[in-house]
Write a protein that binds this ligand. Structure first.
Ligand SMILES: C[S@@+](CC[C@H](N)C(=O)[O-])C[C@H]1O[C@@H](n2cnc3c(N)ncnc32)[C@H](O)[C@@H]1O
Length: 286
């Protein structure tokens, strides 16, 4: 899949992501921002890469508004994503904050940002860079646009052994996928950075120092089992699991997932909750 194809796939997912995904991961993204807020310089120039609906930027803008109230001056936020539809959602999400002079939203590929070198004090990416096809280009771009000593904060899911969300989503899929498809699935490349050591090593190789990795746990709530299944069918990451399935092969997968989620939820019209676990990495640009 080309980068343009990928961007269009996220465009198609933007509405569902805003409705079902962002309310789940928004709290995590905002917590990632709060993990470094106390270490930011005054009037910090901040960048969010792969912002989706802009939930992390929302916390950054609130920080700037508070700073302005207490000091009369404040930082700036640039929220970016390579999907124009995601950027449109971020624009309307952040627009209600009445902070047009503080935040701007732009379509930018995180693997080739196009900003000046050393132009930001802090760069954030929640569940963004970790899924880029060229992750190293993503970390290197983050390092390039940060001033020396500037802060990187990123969130990456933990692997299935440590993360019930990944286990509970994947188990009913794997149980029902035809053997032909299951056997041909490549190992997900982000699993290389699902461990704290793997994540710290990869980010350090791109020009960062003093990596700190911490565990962050959250409970994600989808309104119904079917809403979560729709997310999985549409999300460009999980849908790749189903790409090789015919409609006949997909029907049992859907039944398997829905019945597993309905059991967890206690009914088809009940919310389904997943214990989710990720790593927060904070590091400084060398
Ligand atoms: C799982 S969502 C995370 C969104 C948001 N950060 C959050 O925590 O809710 C992944 C986002 O990465 C964006 N994305 C994927 N590849 C990208 C790239 N090469 N450059 C910029 N954004 C990208 C997608 O458009 C999508 O909005």
């Amino acid at each position: 899949m080309t980068n343009d194809d990928l961007s269009r796939a996220w465009d198609r997912h933007a509405e569902t992501y805003a409705r079902v995904g962002a309310p789940c991961t928004g709290y995590i993204a905002q917590s990632l921002f709060h993990t470094v807020a106390g270490r930011l310089p005054s009037a910090a120039h901040m960048l969010e890469i792969a912002c989706g609906n802009g939930e992390l930027s929302r916390a950054a803008v609130m920080h700037c508004l508070e700073e302005r109230k207490t000091t009369g001056t404040c930082g700036r936020v640039v929220a970016t994503d390579f999907s124009p539809e995601m950027v449109a959602h971020a624009k309307s999400n952040l627009g209600v904050l009445g902070a047009a002079d503080i935040v701007r939203c732009e379509v930018r590929d995180g693997q080739a940002l196009g900003f000046e070198d050393a132009s930001f004090d802090a760069v954030f990416s929640a569940f963004g860079i970790f899924l880029f096809p060229d992750r190293n280009a993503g970390w290197r771009e983050a390092a390039r646009v940060l001033r020396p000593g500037g802060l990187l904060a990123t969130a990456v899911w933990r692997g299935p052994e440590d993360n019930a969300l990944a286990r509970l989503q994947m188990a009913p899929v794997m149980a029902a996928l035809p053997e032909r498809v299951r056997a041909s699935l490549p190992r997900a490349s982000w699993l290389d950075i699902a461990s704290p050591e793997g994540l710290a090593k990869e980010v350090s190789a791109a020009g960062f120092v003093d990596p700190e990795v911490s565990v962050f746990n959250a409970v994600l709530t989808a309104p119904t089992p079917r809403a979560m299944w729709s997310m999985m069918r549409e999300n460009p990451v999980t849908r790749s699991l189903f790409a090789a399935c015919s409609d006949e092969e997909l029907a049992p997968v859907e039944r398997s997932v829905l019945s597993s989620f309905e059991e967890l939820a206690g009914g088809a019209d009940r919310p389904v909750r997943f214990d989710a676990s990720c790593h927060f990495l904070v590091a400084r640009r060398a």
